[in-house]
Design a protein around this ligand. Structure first.
Ligand SMILES: Nc1ncnc2c1ncn2[C@@H]1O[C@H](COP(=O)(O)OP(=O)(O)O)[C@@H](O)[C@H]1O
Ligand SMILES: [Mg+2]
Length: 275
């Protein structure tokens, strides 16, 4: 039997060749989950998260690397851009999730002047509000779907690109399996960062509104992802990021309760209750 046959549908290139960590550094940010950075053999820096990184901060921290990998993979399926992700093998041999540093935190090089947080440039008109509304409208229903209750404004990266900026979305630590599975019923708590951010944008930016059609397109896209794709995503990360039986539970949920969750979000968007 060939190697390919013996590993079945596993994306063995991904698994056989994680990037090796060459050096690491503790994060200097007071951050909840991401405590370390790795410079890998490709010469790039990664923000890394392992199965212990969220200890003490999340209901199920063991699932952080899986949740990051899974949610970013879904984002890529539906056309939401994230930083490149890789599996990093630390010097300790632990396999962790790595998010490649892409900048996007300091826009003063792009716009000049003193460093401001990105939303100030939306406020002063240097970033067209429509650019942000497009990304937000696509991402907001996705965050509701994967139960990401921590979408605050610093969980976007905003970079100068061509003659404007582009947004990257990242940080799915407080989502999906690491927040408990199956995801709790909607609506999401009004005190969550995700709902508060939406409400803050409404009050801070005159004219801010979720574009309902774009939001509904996210729902349509999520309905179309087949369970074979989900299985391939689950097989493309280290199996030690899940417990025995999890893969079957996730696939079963995808084939059943996923649709009622999407129905609920669609209803909330259409009625205006979730806007
Ligand atoms: N791919 C990346 N590119 C640039 N900066 C990043 C990237 N990943 C993480 N960071 C920086 O590290 C911080 C912590 O990462 P994040 O994934 O948000 O972890 P946490 O769950 O601890 O909030 C971010 O707020 C950001 O400043
Ligand atoms: Mg964060």
């Amino acid at each position: 039997m060939s190697l390919y046959q013996s590993v079945g549908r596993v994306n063995f290139l991904t698994l056989l060749f994680p990037l090796k960590e060459i050096i690491s550094r503790r994060s200097d940010a007071s951050t909840a989950v991401c405590k370390d950075y790795s410079r890998a053999e490709d010469g790039q820096w990664y923000a890394i998260k392992g199965c212990n990184s969220g200890d003490g901060n999340l209901p199920y921290p063991f699932y952080v690397p899986h949740s990051e990998w899974f949610c970013q993979s879904l984002c890529e399926c539906i056309g939401l851009a994230c930083p490149p992700r890789r599996i990093i093998e630390r010097q300790s041999k632990e396999l962790v999730f790595g998010s490649r540093f892409e900048g996007g935190v300091d826009l003063s090089n792009t716009f000049g002047g003193v460093r401001l947080d990105w939303w100030h440039y939306v406020h002063n008109g240097k970033i067209p509000i429509d650019d942000f509304i497009y990304i937000f409208s696509k991402l907001y229903p996705f965050d509701l779907f994967v139960n990401n209750n921590d979408r605050h404004a610093n969980n976007y990266l905003v970079r100068g690109q061509m003659d404007g900026v582009s947004f990257l979305v990242f940080d799915f630590s407080n989502s999906w399996m690491s927040n408990g599975f199956p995801p709790p019923s909607l609506p999401m708590a009004s005190g969550s960062n995700t709902i508060r951010l939406k409400d803050q944008f409404k009050s801070c930016f005159r004219g801010f509104a979720v574009d309902v059609q774009i939001a509904l397109d996210t729902i349509t896209s999520l309905r179309q992802i087949p369970s074979t794709k989900i299985e391939a995503i689950l097989d493309s990360h280290p199996q030690e990021w899940l417990s025995p039986g999890d893969k079957e539970i996730i696939l079963e949920w995808w084939n059943s309760d996923r649709n009622s969750r999407l129905d609920t979000i669609e209803g909330g968007l259409a009625s205006g209750d979730y806007l």
